[in-house]
Design a protein around this ligand. Sequence first.
Ligand SMILES: [Zn+2]
Length: 269
Amino acid sequence: MVRRGAITLALLLAAGWGMAQQKKAAGARDLLAGIPSGRTRVVDLSYAINDKLVPWPGDTRWFEAKDNATVEKNGYFTRSFWMLEHYGTHMDAPIHFPPGKTPVDKIPVEHLFGPAVVIDVRAEAAKDADYRLTVERVERWEKVHGQIPPDAIVLLRTGWASRWPDVKRYRNQDAAGVMHSPGFSVEAVRVLLERKVIGLGIDTMSADPGSSKDFPVHTLALGSGVYHLENLADLSALPEAGAFLMVAPIKLEGGSGGPCRVFAILPNE
Ligand SMILES: [Zn+2]
C-alpha cells in the first residue's frame, strides 16, 4: 500500500509537472500568436541610439554616425557608425568581467528568451539612491508569485528610467564624482543564481550600484555565465510576473557586449 501510494503520488506529481510545462509552452505560444491581432502587447525596452545618451564617466567618445551614401549623390541612403559596446541599452556578455568567458556572439540563443521576473524597488530607490536589492525583497516576490523559475530573466525596476537621458540626474554624481544609483547586491544575486536565472536586467547604467568601485555583482553574475542588460528603458508597463522577454544583442564576434534590442511580450489587458 505504501509503495502504491508512493507511485500514485509520483504519477500525480509528474502529471502536475507535465501540465505546468504544457501550460507554460501554451502561454508563450498564445502570447506570440496574439501579437498581430493586438491581443498581445509588445513593449520595446530599448532606447534609440544617438550621440546624446548617457555615457559611462570617463568615456570621451561614444557614438558617431556619418552619411556614407546620400540620395542626392548616390540615389540611395546609407550611413556608417561607430560606437562603444557599452552605450545605451546594451548587454554585458560574461567575458566583460573575469572569470566570465563567453563573448556576446557565443551566448546560447536559448538564453535570449525567458520569463521576466520584475522586482519593483521604485519606492526603496526613491528614498535611497544607493539601494541594493535584498534577499528579503527577492523572497517577498516569491511569496506572491511562487519560486523564481529556472531560465528567468530578472529585471530590477528602480524607476531610474524617468531620469533618462539627463546625464546629471541619471549618473547622480556627488562632489567627489561618485555615482549614486540603485543596483543588485551580491547576496541577492547568489539566491538568483541558485534559482538558475539566465540574465539580470536593470533600468540604470550598471547592475552594481553606481557607487561600486569593484563591481562584485559583475564578477559574480558574469563569472557564472549570466549576462546583464543595462540602461533598459521604462519598465513600468511590465507586470511583476507574466511577461516574456526576447533579447536580441548585436552578434559581434568576440564582443564584450553590445547594443541590444529587448522586447517584452505580455497579455494586453
Ligand atoms: Zn555594460
